[in-house]
Each structure stands twice: as structure tokens, then as C-alpha cells.
Design a protein around this ligand. Structure first.
Ligand code: ATP
Length: 457
């Protein structure tokens, strides 16, 4: 049985995955804190991406660039003038909307207004009779463009000269380091640079829990290739990303590609495709994959007056590489994985809440359970100390063994180890599998290898 968004939000709070930020002061709208289990899950997702896209990938290198950059970066990239969403207000109830999202919702995703002019969006809303989702009125203000970059000031004075931006995407830090990485790593095109980290956007309509927030994390790869090979690499990264999501355990029926139509494409993009996930509120963008041509490096070369060309050592050709950008939101992937894995099973007429995450992603790999606190906790703590050197484990001695199993199932712990009299006598434990609920007996000195073998992605 699948859960609603409200149930997911309550679950996250109840089990220590995600809390409302600054709750005792009434919170700050749409900001969230990751709790102990959320932090573990988020880092496991990040690690899975890093392993697949950087460590195991012969083409790619990692980076961790600064959030604050010279503001000229954002002038050259076009963000200062163009990184804006179409804002529209309902004159009656004063509710604020993103005009393109009104159209998307009205047409159930059949029509997206990406790349449309303000006039075209206004006309469409009028002709189709789209109403304010809040009060059903059809009386909207004209569209205004609302810039999404967060501004702040660096240093002691708050004058225009000290203005800096919180980065709106991690990608620009990669373009800034294109030649640093290429030279120091002696990288030959094609090669990629990837990084993960916080981005900030002053979204008009944040919401749907962690789907759209103003502070979020991205995992981005910029893949530099020879101009004539870009469409081939675009296809390669599309399937690579989709396969990665399936390997993480997302069900294939909940995933689809949405190729952007020609008129939706940014003027510099040759092809763009989103991987969408079927969230409880409907299909939503999870991963954007774009052929950005040589746009980014060219604008930075022009604006900075620093040459950003690559010299092909074999042909002696000098050129600006084309870029394929697969960019995924870490928080959106977190939400997709939770929605996909959290299930209510019926076992002998009793409801069991179970988070069926792949063991590699589970916050804890093992829970150590002394059958009776009085007799078995000393040995159990010893085993806990031994295992927790290798992977995140939890220890639980409170309540009946059935209740403790249910709690560890609910937070997705794949293996539960029970310490009882047999452990004291024969040095063996009972190991229970979360999904099958089968129990096996194994020697204490084999637990480590058993778990290690079963948590590889
Ligand atoms: P949307 O159309 O949903 O606003 P976008 O097309 O602006 O997204 P990109 O600029 O392509 O998004 O960013 C790449 C990825 O970063 C998105 O696919 C998404 O997973 C994530 N992302 C973007 N904006 C947000 C946000 N406000 N909150 C959480 N994740 C986000």
C-alpha cells in the first residue's frame, strides 16, 4: 500500500529523518532539517552518486567549489538577467503563482511553458480560462519576471560593490575550474567534472515538502566533449542516469523521460530531457539532462577575456568543448527513494510499516538486539562495538523483541541480530532479514562479511 505525501511528512518527523527547521519559532516556510536518519540516508545517496559518477567512472573527476563566487560569474552566465520565473498574482485572493506551473498543472503536464514569452503565457491563461487554484477567480495581474538569485554582501559594507550571490547552481563552479582540472589531471576530452553541494533559489512557490525548497543540494556533472560528438554523449548520459536510478531501486513504472520539444529548449541547448518521477502529487522533474553546446565556456571566455579553449594533443586542434549536463537534486532523489520504498504490508492481518530501501542506502545496516537486557546486553554491546567500526549500526534494548523488529523495519534496517543464550554458549546469533523476515543462525565472526557482501550496490 502506497503512502500519501502527508503520511510521508509525518513519517519523516516521527522517525527522525526530517524536521521542520527552527520549529520552536514557528519554523521558516519550506525549510527543513535532516535528522539523524535523514543525514545517513542523504549521505548514502550522495556516496552512491559519487561512486558511480566519479570514482568508478574512467572519464570523470571530482570537485568541491565555493558557494560564493565573483559576481561577474553570474553576470556572464546570464543568471543576473535571465534566471527568472514568470510571477503572476491573483487579484482577488492575492495568492502568488508561477504562471508556467499554472499551465503545467492545468494541462496535467501535457503543456509546459518553458521558453514561452510572457505574452504567450498570459494569452494561453486567458484563452484556456485557467483559474486561480486557490479561489477559482480568473482575474490575474500581468506577469512579472522574478529573479531567483539570492543576494548578500561580503565584508563590512553593504554597498553595491560588496554584493555577492549565493550560487543558484553548482555548475558555474565547475566551468570556473574547467582548465584547472584539465591541466592538473592531464585530462583529455572527453572528460567530465562533477560535484555535489548546496544551491539557493528564491523560488516563488516552494512546496511539496523537500521537492521544491529555496536551499537544496544538487549533484551535477559537466561532461566536456568534441562538438560533433555531443548528441551521442547526450544519449549515453540519458541512459546512464536512468540505469543509475533503477540500480538505486526506484521502480521503473515510476520513472519516465520527458524530452523537451524544440520550442521549449533554451536558445543555446541542442537537446534537453528530464527524468521524471511519479511523486504522490504527480509526475515531477527529478533529473535534467541537457546538451548545452559550447555556451557556458564561450560566455565566460568572452566576459573574462581568459581563453578557455582545449588544445587537442593529437590533432593540434584548438576548440571550446561542448557540454552535456546531467543535473539531479539530492533532496528530490531522497524524496523519490522514500516514496518508492516506504510500504505498509499486511502480515497476518497486522499492518507492518517497512522501508524497503536497498541495503546500501539504508541509514543503519544492522540493529543489535539483546533478547533480555539483564542477561545479554554485555555481549550485545561488545558485538555492537565490533560492527559499528565498519558500518552504521543501532542498538535497541527497549521493549519486546517483536516491537523492536517493527521499529527497525520501519526505518529500513536490513539486518537484525539477536543476542541470546546461544550467543553466550556457542558464539552464534540469529540474523533476521527485513524483507523476507527469514531468520538464520550464523557465527559471530561471520556477521561482518555477511553484511559487507549484502550492502554493495
Ligand atoms: P524546476 O523546473 O522544477 O524548477 P529546473 O528545471 O529549474 O527545475 P534545474 O535548473 O535543471 O531545475 O536543476 C537541476 C535539478 O536540481 C532539478 O532537476 C531538480 O532535481 C533540482 N532542483 C532545482 N530546483 C530545485 C528546488 N527549488 N528544490 C529542490 N531541488 C531543485
Amino acid at each position: 500500500m502506497k503512502l500519501s505525501m502527508e503520511e510521508i511528512v509525518n513519517y519523516c518527523k516521527q522517525y527522525g529523518f526530517i524536521f521542520q527547521s527552527s520549529e520552536i519559532y514557528g519554523g521558516l516556510s519550506n525549510t527543513w532539517d535532516y535528522g539523524p536518519l535523514g543525514k545517513e540516508l542523504k549521505e548514502n545517496i550522495r556516496q552512491a552518486w559519487w561512486n558511480k559518477f566519479i570514482r568508478e567512472n574512467p572519464y570523470n573527476y571530482g570537485l568541491d567549489s565555493a558557494i560564493l563566487m565573483n559576481p561577474e560569474v553570474w553576470v556572464a552566465s546570464g543568471h543576473v538577467t535571465n534566471f527568472a520565473d514568470p510571477l503572476i498574482d491573483c487579484k482577488k485572493c492575492k495568492m502568488r503563482h508561477r504562471a508556467d506551473k499554472l499551465i503545467e498543472e492545468f494541462t496535467n503536464g501535457q503543456e509546459t511553458a518553458d521558453g514561452w514569452s510572457n505574452e504567450k503565457i498570459e494569452e494561453y491563461i486567458k484563452v484556456q480560462g485557467i483559474k486561480c487554484p486557490n479561489c477559482n477567480s480568473q482575474d490575474f495581474t500581468p506577469i512579472r519576471k522574478f529573479n531567483l538569485l539570492f543576494e548578500t554582501h561580503q565584508g563590512v559594507t553593504e554597498e553595491a560593490k560588496s554584493k555577492v550571490y549565493l550560487r543558484g547552481e553548482t555548475a558555474q563552479g565547475i566551468f570556473m575550474n574547467f582548465l584547472n582540472v584539465q591541466r592538473t589531471m592531464r585530462a583529455k576530452v572527453p572528460f567530465g567534472i562533477g560535484q555535489t553541494g548546496k544551491s539557493f533559489r528564491n523560488e516563488i512557490t516552494p512546496g511539496n515538502f523537500i521537492f521544491r525548497t529555496r536551499e537544496f543540494e544538487q549533484m551535477e556533472l559537466e561532461f566536456f566533449c568534441k562538438p560533433s560528438t555531443d548528441l551521442e554523449w547526450f544519449g549515453y548520459w540519458k541512459s546512464f542516469c536512468m540505469n543509475f536510478l533503477k540500480d538505486l531501486g526506484l521502480k521503473k513504472d515510476n520513472l519516465r523521460f520527458r524530452d523537451h520539444k524544440k520550442e521549449e529548449l533554451s536558445f543555446y541547448s541542442k537537446a534537453t530531457s528530464d527524468i521524471e518521477y511519479l511523486y504522490p502529487m504527480g509526475w515531477g522533474e527529478l533529473w535534467g539532462i541537457a546538451d548545452r553546446t559550447d555556451y557556458d565556456l564561450s560566455v565566460h571566455e568572452n566576459h573574462s577575456k581568459h581563453e578557455l579553449k582545449y588544445l587537442d594533443p593529437e590533432t593540434n586542434e584548438k576548440y571550446i568543448p561542448y557540454v552535456i549536463e546531467p543535473s539531479v537534486g539530492l533532496d528530490r532523489l531522497f524524496l523519490a527513494l522514500l516514496c518508492d520504498a516506504l510500504e505498509k504490508d499486511l502480515i497476518n492481518d497486522e499492518e507492518r510499516l517497512v522501508l524497503k530501501l536497498k541495503p546500501a542506502l539504508a541509514p543503519y545496516k544492522v540493529v543489535v538486539l539483546p533478547l533480555m537486557k539483564k542477561y545479554h546486553s554485555e555481549k550485545a554491546l561488545e558485538i555492537y562495538a565490533m560492527l559499528s567500526k565498519y558500518f552504521p549500526c543501532s542498538y535497541d534494548d527497549a521493549g519486546s523483541i517483536g516491537k523492536r523488529y517493527r521499529r527497525s523495519d520501519a526505518i529500513g534496517t536490513p539486518f537484525a541480530i539477536t543476542i541470546d543464550d546461544n550467543t553466550l554458549k556457542e558464539n552464534v546469533v540469529t540474523l533476521r532479514d527485513r524483507d523476507t523476515m527469514q531468520q538464520i543462525t550464523i557465527p559471530v565472526n561471520e556477521i561482518n562479511d555477511y553484511v559487507k557482501d549484502n550492502i554493495i550496490l
